[in-house]
Design a binder for this molecule. Structure first.
Ligand code: ATP
Length: 248
């Protein structure tokens, strides 16, 4: 039902540098408590969609020129990324982005910067993060720059969790990771979704894995949604099989 929709993207256009039209009317809705996947090939517009939602386009000379982005019934497209974090929406960017010179634990603690509920609560959440990422607990004193790609992806996700988000926008978590690690990362997404009730909107080129963990999927091509449906239905769709799952 409508009441269960947390995030609504309604027919947005995004233009870079005043001329390059990249999103040509994208609509999607993200239900509370779900895992929603944004799929499509390189350059389809997945990252742009996530950045439009979290308001990170400005630094790249991009802007939403049409349509609306609504979170919990409130228009959010003129808010700063930090205001959005306070509203409960945080983006984990593609390519991890750790503070390389800080330890794993210091990186996680930076994620709590918007919080005002005191050290005891923050330390409790650090333990919560470690319960989902036992590997990070083992590595907590290591300098983040010297950890593996998979560990850095975990740091980026753990840091986002430290803001106690309601919704995480997760950009290409599988990027550059070996298949076994990809599976591990998605298992953690599922565990956090189920254990903490965090809502996920994730962008993925790896359609196969994304559709096994997501509840619903949208497929983007050249800045338009060309197909959407429950993940199970998409997995069985002949066109999706042929063009996105690599088996006909
Ligand atoms: P990827 O998996 O490569 O991130 P994507 O589906 O996330 O792909 P986007 O990164 O959103 O796609 O890019 C969509 C289109 O927008 C591409 O054609 C890209 O070249 C263009 N684009 C992205 N960023 C900019 C920018 N800052 N200025 C101009 N064009 C851009």
């Amino acid at each position: 039902t409508e009441a269960d929709t947390l995030l609504e993207v309604n027919n947005i256009e995004v233009i870079y540098n005043h001329v390059i039209l990249v999103l040509k009317g994208v609509s999607l809705s993200v239900p509370k408590g779900g895992i929603t996947a944004l799929l499509g090939g390189n350059g389809a517009g997945k990252t742009t969609t996530l950045k439009a939602i979290s308001n990170l386009l400005r630094s790249e000379r991009g802007e939403v020129t049409k349509g609306a982005i609504v979170y919990r019934g409130e228009r959010v497209q003129d808010m700063s990324p930090a205001d959005l974090v306070r509203k409960g929406v945080i983006q984990v960017m593609e390519g991890r982005h750790c503070f390389e010179h800080l330890t794993v634990e210091e990186n996680l603690l930076t994620g709590a910067y918007t919080r005002t509920d005191g050290r005891a609560e923050v330390m409790k959440d650090l333990e919560m993060v470690y319960s989902y990422f036992p590997r990070l607990k083992e590595r907590r004193k290591s300098q983040a720059g010297y950890t593996s790609g998979g560990e850095q992806q975990m740091v980026a996700m753990g840091r986002a969790l430290m803001s106690r988000p309601e919704t995480i926008l997760l950009d290409e978590p599988s990027m550059g990771l070996a298949p076994q690690l990809v599976e591990q990362i998605f298992e953690i997404v599922k565990a956090v979704n189920e254990g903490e009730g965090v809502t996920f909107l994730l962008a993925e080129q790896n359609t196969n894995v994304a559709l096994r963990y997501a509840h619903y999927g949208y497929i983007l091509e050249s800045g338009r949604v060309v197909m959407d449906g429950p993940a199970k239905q998409l997995r069985e769709n002949p066109d999706v099989k042929e063009f996105y799952l690599g088996m006909s």
